[in-house]
Design a protein around this ligand. Sequence first.
Ligand code: T5A
Length: 217
Amino acid sequence: MAAGRFITFEGGEGSGKSTQARRLAERLREVGIDVLLTREPGGSPFAEQIRGLLLGGTLAPHPPIAEALLFFAARADHLETTIRPALAAGRWVICDRFADSTRAYQGAAGGVPAQSLDMLEQLVIGTSGPDATFILDIDARTGLARATRRREAIEGTEIDPFESRALAFHERLRQGYLAIAAAEPRRCVLVDASSGVEPIAKGIWQTVSQRFAGDIR
Ligand code: T5A
């Protein structure tokens, strides 16, 4: 059986990547592909526990490297128990955030050196990296405004500790993502996320159906 494909969605707060990850999963299912839609941090019972710790807003002050290690601990379990078995069974895996989030948040914006993240990626991910990554690019102010509107619309949703950081952090984050897209043009597709949900979904589907033409009938 052919292994499945692994596609990740990345971007800053309110970039719309969760919306687009869901849309792509639905579109692939329409053409008969078995899709697992998952997310980081999380995607397995242990990784979801770490998610609760990281996003719960109760962590004592800690250095960005400690945070990066927690994201990688969650990722190791997510890969081992969810992603690799699904790919081996021929399923496609769509993941809302993956290792580029650590590069952008803890690396470019948080100051963890790229060499340290390279080592962690080699240790935890090895050859199991994504076949394609969509990086949704949006100006930091617009993205934060979208995230705030959504939170206000859902009663009881608290601001998460990453979203509440200063605008300068979110601007560094955006530059970090742009640098990843420039460094890995074969894997990464930079998407202008400032337009509407429909045109963005259409562009992403066009890319996927061209890039994986042999797998989609
Ligand atoms: N993190 C994560 C790290 O620091 N390091 C890591 O290694 C990893 C893996 C996760 C947090 O953890 C950090 C990053 C994050 O801060 P989360 O709760 O999972 O937190 O939240 P996010 O990943 O940020 O994702 P969200 O789902 O909250 O936001 P999205 O995916 O950017 O946006 P989405 O699709 O939910 O849309 C947000 C709002 O905008 C609207 C939607 O309807 C929604 O209301 N929208 C649009 N509006 C106008 N035009 C469009 N094109 C739109 N698309 C969506």
